[in-house]
Design a protein around this ligand. Structure first.
Ligand SMILES: COc1cccc(-c2nc(Nc3cc(C)[nH]n3)cc3ccccc23)c1
Length: 281
């Protein structure tokens, strides 16, 4: 389908990302509400990220999963590139996290179950996200989370180096190994980041948070402590994700069956019974 700016009624600016502004928008003919991300070609060239944006468009256009922000289409004019994105009404997850300091275990478990489902879908398509962190997750109208920002995603396997930008907190050890700077790494990198995300949801800060040098050293040694207020089940899942050897990290299939996830993510029968029981009380 061919899109152009005249098709959209531009609403309020939602905010500024690293390389562009995001506006609420409505497609005139259908009334469909979306988010329009405007990127300036000059800024992309200066940032040397045009390739990344092309890859983001290529990858995200072909994804359709409730916990992955949809990219419906794109178009450009002489100066700008426009991405027509799904609108997530409750905004950035990290702002909710900072406001609440940390999430209760039932909420963190539901978010991690949704992340595992989205990552399973991505990995089945041999897409590695490589930049899982709260800043890259949005919240939909029903409180469901949506992975956004596929700027760093690639098709596995990859030996593409990831130039440092932003926080080191989420980098897996295999991406820090000197000998492995151009080395092969795989989907397992997203499992490590999921472990860091689980920890940050529950504790309110990342497990290896320190000065940049110390963070790298602590990641390489998997040197982290899980506070006593974290339940044994949650601690067990974190320990099974934050494993130095990528091959030994708990697979996504086993996350959905993990006791901590089962305990908090009631589905089907038990949810129904609980709902009917509470409606009687
Ligand atoms: C830096 O703060 C930024 C930047 C860009 C967007 C928002 C923002 N976004 C969305 N939803 C979105 C964004 C996209 C690409 N799809 N759905 C909702 C919000 C609600 C309140 C405040 C802010 C919001 C913030």
């Amino acid at each position: 389908r061919q899109f152009h700016l005249g098709m959209f009624e531009i609403g309020k600016p939602l905010g500024k990302g690293k390389f562009g502004r995001v506006y609420l928008a409505k497609e005139r003919s259908s009334g469909f509400v979306c988010a329009l991300k405007v990127l300036h070609k000059s800024e992309l060239q200066h940032g040397g990220v045009e390739k990344q944006v092309r890859r983001e468009i290529e990858i995200q256009s072909n994804l359709a999963h409730t916990n992955i922000l949809r990219l419906f289409g794109h178009f450009h004019d002489s100066k700008r590139i426009f991405l027509i994105l799904e609108f997530a009404a409750k905004g950035e997850l990290y702002k909710h996290l900072r406001k609440e300091t940390r999430f209760p275990e039932w909420k963190a478990a539901q978010y991690i179950a949704q992340m595992a489902s989205a990552l399973k879908y991505l990995h089945r398509k041999h897409v590695i996200h490589r930049d899982i962190k709260p800043e890259n997750i949005l919240v939909g109208i029903h409180g469901e989370i949506k992975i956004s920002d596929f700027g760093w995603s690639v098709h596995a396997p990859t030996n593409r180096r990831k130039t440092m930008c932003g926080t080191l907190d989420y980098l897996p050890p295999e991406m820090l190994k000197p000998g492995n700077s151009d080395g092969y790494y795989s989907e397992k990198v997203d499992l490590w980041s999921l472990g860091v995300l689980t920890y940050e949801f529950l504790v309110g800060e990342a497990p290896f948070e320190d000065t940049p040098i110390m963070t790298q050293r602590r990641i390489a040694r998997c040197d982290m402590q899980v506070p006593a207020f974290i339940s044994p089940e949650a601690k067990d899942l974190i320990k099974r994700l934050l494993v130095l050897d990528p091959e030994k990290r708990i697979p996504l299939e086993d996350i959905e069956q993990h006791p901590w996830i089962i305990k908090h993510c009631v589905k089907g029968e038990r949810a129904y019974n609980r709902a009917s029981a509470s409606s009687k009380s």
